[in-house]
Design a protein around this ligand. Sequence first.
Ligand SMILES: Cc1ncc(COP(=O)(O)O)c(C=O)c1O
Length: 412
Amino acid sequence: MSRLEQIVDLEKRFLLPTYNRYPVGFERGKGVFLFDFEGKKYLDFVAGLGVNALGHAHPRIVKAIREQAAKAIHLSNLYYNEYQGQLAERLCQLSGLDRVFFSNSGTEAMEGAIKLARLAGHRVGGDAKCQLVALEGSYHGRTFGAMSLTGQDKYRKGFEPLLGDVTFVAQNDLAALRAAVSADTCAIVLEPIFGEGGILECSTEFLRECRSLADQHQAALIFDEIQCGLGRTGTIFAFQSFGVTPDIVAIAKPIAAGVPLGAFVSREPFASAISPGQHGTTFGGGPLACRVGLEYLSIVEEERLLENVAKVGDYLHQQLQGLVEKCAATREVRGRGFIQGLVLDIPARPLVEQGLAEGVLFNVTQDTVLRFLPPFMLEEKHVDKAVRVLKKMLGKKRKKQTVPQPADRAIA
Ligand SMILES: Cc1ncc(COP(=O)(O)O)c(C=O)c1O
């Protein structure tokens, strides 16, 4: 049995069957490449589902982890550590918001954000101010609170009852939004760009209306930037690309370059609703994760990665657009920067499998959308390679029929 077959066999016997993995395993990575157990090289357009924004084995991240692991990995939130406050300060400076809570994952960041919005809501409007407004097609995670805000049946089915106070509206439907938000709303929750939902952007007009309704009703506007945030759109927060600032923003994925860390950042009027003991975590905000988080932000700034995301992101968009014009079964390109989707007329999983054979890692979401979440140092030559592979897999568009069809002939 090969090493991969042994691993597959072991997992089959001992893991809960929650994942439908691709038939490949990786041993290590370097920059925008991964290497499997046989040493085959793959160009990575998945980046660990958006986590590996700095690619693999970035020397500064490796150094920070080595140094900090030798000092203290974990201390607990009973005590102070050197880096939690520093990372919170950086996130507040970058977002323009006021206070941070550190969790271990994106889902937990969402849970904390909902709890904070409920506390703040109850403070201004009593028990009745508990209603949540979220979007159809959204994804916020798989714990009960986050799942209750997730507007897709496939994630909710079988787990009911969920939180009962959530109203879903269609993305960018202003009338439905206005009808859903009331004095009893404590939060409007959304991803400015749907990630798992298929790379669909909220319109600026819709985000502005969310902002204005939240203000009018003293509700929290919560943005889930777990996938689209921290640089992926070409600005450090996606909301800066849209020019609408939330009251609370949730982040996770790349913040500690693969060391589990999530956070939500809140404006003071909401942050002040919570007091000691009302929320907490054993692991969140540990010295290792926070030190790496600080290093992540420094690297993004010092290596001018946001500029690269914007520039190469535009190039990626153009090249994908070229595929839509030339290749069969392609419909449209969505997204911006390094969060983009190529919408197909056919299931995308077989293409991902063919991509493995060609040495390029792609990802699929919503069955027919190829999702691109590459590392921030991706170059145009890497885009060219991926596009060549996609072109080969998709084949040419058939020429428009010029010969009269049988039905036409009958009429004629
Ligand atoms: C927009 C969004 N919210 C929440 C989550 C959940 O984050 P995690 O898997 O870190 O718990 C994800 C994960 O993909 C996400 O994309």
